[in-house]
Ligand binder design. Structure first.
Ligand code: 3PG
Length: 393
């Protein structure tokens, strides 16, 4: 039994279902540019509608300070309407009591009402119990399908659960199941690959993972700080000298951390003639480390082939600029191939990681790719996410 209730535990027919989604979708000139997060919640929406619920969708967009027309949900309403066609989707251009109540009264069985940006109410981020009480009058039950907002203890993710019967939506369920199988009850050996530019932003992640995984690969510019901590001269590379002591202590405490043994360097990103492969001890003073080298890549792939589970967050090189994307692409493609044979369970998350997988053409080939950003990181840090905890039975 899951530690939280799901849609399997409730009859939603004719009920007013308050559904918290994360439709914080990227916009450009008033148009949605990436529908992934919306597509991921369609199974929950379709199931609720098919069972005759009256669905009231709550979501935030951006981080408005009060009412901000630039962060109105109108473009999201348009995208939701198209995605749910022919199901009727109404948009309530307000998140204030009386207008919302009128809109809900008009809502028919099997249809959807999207309310305006919940963060237009300052009480939302304050996790205000009075606002939660007001919201509780809008629905008969509450469903949270916004794992990517579950690291926020806000009125629509936390306080509301104390007032209405609360359930996890299908996406929330899938995220929790996938993340649980990657870190809480993984099949071992378990490898984690953590890349990115700064140790400072990922330190809590590294500290938590180092205690829990069998192999921890450090990549990206972050690895330069660790290399420097071992006495390697990283030349003109990006690194954080102030964190070398911390990095050294981590390396001493956790021998399962894997650093590059060779790297791809360049003196000038624009000048291909300056690109070279170097052993880590041979990086020139004027050279920047921009990717892992072929020896490192092969060693990681060999270890990966022995593993049963892989957790991935962050590219191991400057993946936006070829040829410095090679290490990251090679590793993702190997992981994808192992996943497809059934040998490896792969879970990835974070904005850069999704972009990398898409670039490598393997977005569909991992076992699970989380659309969460901050929530995924906090989960990797080992934190209890308030929006998940609040769903506890
Ligand atoms: C996200 O995009 O990660 C979520 O929607 C949470 O947004 P927030 O960081 O503004 O709370």
């Amino acid at each position: 039994m899951t530690p939280y209730s799901t849609l399997d535990d409730v009859d939603v027919t004719n009920k007013r279902v308050l559904l918290r989604l994360d439709l914080n979708l990227p916009l450009h000139e008033g148009k949605v540019t990436d529908l992934t997060r919306l597509e991921r919640v369609l199974p929950t929406l379709r199931e609720l509608v098919a069972h005759g619920a009256r669905v009231i969708v709550l979501t935030h967009l951006g981080r408005p300070k009060g009412i901000d027309p630039a962060l109105s949900l109108a473009p999201i309403a348009h995208a939701l309407t198209q995605a749910m066609d022919p199901v009727p989707v109404a948009f309530c251009e307000s998140i204030q009591g009386p207008t919302v109540l009128h809109a809900i009264e008009r809502l028919e069985k099997g249809s959807i009402l999207l309310l305006e940006n919940i963060r237009f109410r300052s009480e939302e981020e304050a996790n205000d119990p009075n606002f939660a009480r007001e919201m509780a009058t809008w629905g008969d039950l509450y469903v949270n399908d916004a794992f990517s907002a579950a690291h926020r203890a806000h009125a629509s993710t936390e306080a509301i659960t104390h007032l209405l019967p609360s359930y996890a939506g299908r996406l929330m369920e899938a995220e929790l199941k996938a993340l649980g199988s990657a870190l809480d009850n993984p099949q071992r050996p378990l490898m984690a690959i953590v890349g990115g530019s700064k140790v400072s932003t990922k330190l809590p992640v590294l500290e938590n993972l180092a205690q829990r995984v069998d192999h921890l690969v450090i990549g990206g510019a972050m690895a330069n700080t660790f290399l420097s901590a071992t006495g390697v001269d990283v030349g003109a590379s990006l690194y954080e000298p102030g964190l070398c002591d911390t990095a050294r202590k981590l390396l001493e405490a956790y021998p399962q951390m894997i650093l590059p043994q060779d790297v791809v360097v360049a003196k000038d990103l624009q000048d291909p003639s300056t690109i070279a492969i170097r052993l880590t001890g041979d990086v020139g003073k004027d050279e920047k480390i921009l990717d892992i080298g072929p020896l490192t890549c092969q060693a990681i792939k060999d270890t990966m082939a022995q593993c049963k589970t892989l957790l991935w967050n962050g590219p191991v090189g400057l993946y936006e600029i070829p040829p410095f994307d090679q290490g990251s692409i090679d590793l993702t493609q190997t992981a994808a191939a192992l996943t497809q044979t059934g040998a490896l369970l792969t879970v990835a998350g974070g904005g850069d990681t999704i972009a990398l997988l898409a670039r490598a053409g393997v977005l569909e080939d991992f076992t699970y790719v989380s659309t969460a950003g901050g929530a995924f990181l906090e989960w990797m840090e080992g934190k209890v996410l308030p929006g998940v905890e609040a769903l506890g039975r």
